[in-house]
Ligand binder design. Structure first.
Ligand code: 4AD
Ligand code: MG
Length: 440
């Protein structure tokens, strides 16, 4: 015996006129005398189930009457096409079976504060908006991996427990690793994926990464998911071209396959439709000039001196000049990670770029060409106060058949926030981890 439904709500088109069993949860219920209307959701969609007292057994009507918000149930009935129904179909109910009751469901149609909703995240993920957001997230993840696979990239899984830092030492989560000393949760898979690149040519890693960020902003999580492609023989220029093709392919796929979710989220697709290569580029130097020229336009975007990092307001100001994602390239090398290749013509800047999303969603990608010269890499480790002993395995990649190579990391949550038009990154991951949140 199986409890599975005949089909899912999204798949009803082929069942018009037939009797099917659907299984799901009561999203909403209204009673009008001899009629009960149940909005049943099953994860794939929502359908209105109509229970007419005269047409069902008394016990069935009583069961339906007793159903409360988020009770789980199995409903059997005939599928009827109805142009006015949101999904295009309604169900004329024959039987109703309660599976699991739900008493006093905490999240009601009334407004709840964000803190309350975050405390009830395990239930909040069922709500229409959250459901749509997380559905887009799943699409972004699938699109990113499938696009890379189609381009001949090989997924190369990297460790989450590591002995070394890659993105600075100030935001590491540390733990004691048996007798071997301190281990850190990975800030990135990059250093390891570079080893894979030397084996496969084109690789990517994809997984959770960790930053003990003390910043409490709408863009920072302490645990976020990053996809990191790495390509042998690719230069900085090749890297930017790969990024714009990659991001645009992801956006176009979401537009094609998740338009219903974008509608639920009231996301105007116009800006997203413009997201096709080539993306505009601006150098760090020109960005500083732009910031100086637009002084006072965006609060906090105060003029910078050469060598200063861009803050969120500066990124917002730059992004506002373009209607597509924009690359800010060639930052001062001193601002960036130890592994970035300095420009041979001007070693004070790195062959790197950040990709800024439009509409103030900030940096969605960080990437660079990597140092491939052994002596220079050793020097940079030293400059950053890192112990070369712990990086010998990484230096081996420069000892045995080194090649110029480039790669980047795209933060899934930042991309989902931008594509869905969600103000705060906390809603773009099922269970966000932040400075003040580890529950649920
Ligand atoms: O710029 P980041 O730190 O780059 C790296 O980690 C490189 N190792 C990537 C590489 O070249 N393979 O991070 C890359 C991206 C950012 O652009 C942003 O989208 C995201 O990861 N990110 C965060 N997302 C959410 N919360 C945080 N605290 C994030 N920090 C970075
Ligand atoms: Mg970055």
């Amino acid at each position: 015996m199986s409890l599975l439904p005949t089909t899912s709500i999204a798949n009803l088109a082929g069942y018009v006129g037939q009797t099917v069993t659907l299984a799901g949860w009561v999203y909403h219920k209204t009673e009008k005398g001899k009629l009960i209307f149940i909005q049943l959701r099953d994860g794939s969609g929502v359908i209105q189930c109509v229970i007419f007292k005269k047409q069902v057994a008394e016990t069935t009507f009583a069961t339906a009457q007793a159903l409360t918000q988020e009770s789980s149930c199995r409903i059997t009935g005939a599928v009827r096409a109805d142009a006015r129904a949101p999904g295009g179909f309604e169900l004329d109910v024959e039987t109703v079976e309660l599976v699991g009751a739900s008493l006093d469901y905490p999240i009601t149609p009334k407004e709840h504060g964000i803190e309350f909703l975050m405390e009830h995240r395990q239930l909040w993920v069922r709500s229409a908006r959250q459901h749509a957001l997380l559905r887009v997230r799943a699409e972004v993840v699938a699109a990113a991996q499938e696009w890379l696979n189609d381009q001949g990239f090989v997924r190369f899984d990297t460790p989450l427990l590591t002995a070394t830092a890659a993105e600075g030492t100030s935001n590491l989560f540390a733990t004691t690793y048996f007798d071997l000393g301190t281990a850190y949760l990975a800030q990135t898979g990059q250093l390891y994926v570079e080893a894979g690149m030397m084996s496969f040519g084109k690789v990517y890693c994809f997984g959770p990464t960790f930053r003990a960020e003390k910043s409490k902003t709408r863009r920072h999580l302490t645990e976020f998911w990053m996809i990191e492609p790495e390509v042998a023989f690719a230069t900085h220029e090749d890297n930017l071209q790969l990024q714009e093709q990659f991001v645009s392919a992801i956006v176009q796929r979401v537009l094609e396959r998740r338009s219903a979710e974008l509608k639920t989220l009231e996301r105007d697709p116009t800006m997203l439709e413009r997201c096709v290569p080539p993306f505009p580029r601006i150098s760090y130097d020109d960005a500083l000039a732009l910031i100086a020229a637009k002084q006072g336009v965006i609060e906090g975007a105060t003029p910078l001196t050469w060598g200063d990092d861009l803050g969120a307001p500066h990124e917002q100001l730059i992004a506002a000049q373009f209607e597509r994602p924009v690359f800010v390239e060639r930052y001062p090398a001193a601002l960036k990670a130890f592994y970035m290749q300095p420009d041979p013509q001007r070693p004070a800047v790195a062959l790197c770029a950040d990709l800024l999303a439009p509409e103030g969603y900030g940096e969605i990608i960080g990437g660079s060409q990597r140092i491939h010269d052994l002596a220079l890499l050793e020097q940079r480790l030293h400059d950053h106060g890192l112990q070369t002993a712990a990086y010998q395995w990484y230096l081996d990649l420069r000892r045995y058949g080194t090649v110029p190579h480039s790669g980047f990391g795209m933060g899934i949550e930042r991309v989902v926030a931008w594509i869905t038009g969600t103000h705060h990154i906390r809603e773009t991951i099922p269970f966000p981890r932040m400075l003040y949140r580890i529950y649920p």
